[in-house]
Design a protein around this ligand. Structure first.
Ligand SMILES: CC(C)(COP(=O)(O)OP(=O)(O)OC[C@H]1O[C@@H](n2cnc3c(N)ncnc32)[C@H](O)[C@@H]1OP(=O)(O)O)[C@@H](O)C(=O)NCCC(=O)NCCS
Length: 187
């Protein structure tokens, strides 16, 4: 089923605009915006709602990844290469698989500051960076991305650490979702 048929018609202009931005984004200079999680701002804002059937599995190593992940990924436009996951684990990353019911709907990565020798800002060893967030096409537009960001924060971030992400400037959807999840742009 195509992306457009699965979404309501009023979302078609946004989807087309999003696709155009992605195309243009690849052509223009790639500028990343750094965001930091702001607990006060999130507490004062509308909480992120988990979509029905939403669940997340935390994976620290290859053997944590369910065998059903690979066929689910292979059915998407951009299947995940196993070597990229191996690389992520080898470098200290934690892989979070998002589910809707029994369906695998996407994934995100997080990593502690101690594994990142050089990043956009100075990180303390326990600080957390959330990166490489993907919702598979068939599941987009249901709020899985912000729900998974919130899940990672609630399960991985104690109050004494900072949580960061960086997002390509053109990626309006991603920037909005991090803001909705309590992140604020660092100037
Ligand atoms: C960015 C991304 C993770 C958002 O995931 P998501 O779970 O669909 O996020 P949301 O459900 O909050 O949807 C956000 C917006 O996507 C748009 N959208 C809705 N249906 C869509 C579809 N079928 N296809 C594309 N975009 C759609 C809508 O504008 C929606 O906004 P809304 O809240 O007004 O409905 C996802 O689009 C994705 O995987 N993109 C490719 C990878 C990427 O850019 N990752 C982010 C960088 S780390």
């Amino acid at each position: 089923m195509s992306r457009i048929r699965e979404s309501s018609l009023d979302k078609v202009p946004t989807i087309i605009l999003d696709a155009v931005r992605r195309g243009i984004g690849k052509l223009v200079r790639h500028k990343n915006i750094v965001y930091r999680f702001d607990r006060g701002a999130y507490a004062a804002s509308t909480p992120v709602v988990r979509p029905p059937g939403f669940a997340v599995k935390r994976c620290e190593r290859n053997t944590d990844i369910p065998s059903s992940f690979w066929p689910a990924s292979d059915r998407t436009e951009a299947p995940v290469e196993k070597k990229l996951i191996d690389h992520g684990f080898a470098n200290g990353g934690v892989f979070w698989i998002a589910y809707i019911g029994e369906h695998i709907a996407g994934f995100q990565w997080s990593i502690r500051g101690r594994f990142l020798k050089k990043w956009s800002v100075n990180l303390d060893p326990n600080d957390l960076v959330i990166y490489n967030c993907v919702t598979f096409n068939a599941f987009r537009g249901r709020g899985i991305h912000p729900a998974a960001i919130r899940h990672i924060i609630e399960n991985e971030a104690t109050d004494d650490i900072n949580v960061y992400c960086d997002v390509a400037e053109w990626n309006v959807v991603s920037k909005r979702n991090f803001e909705k999840s309590g992140f604020r742009r660092l100037e």
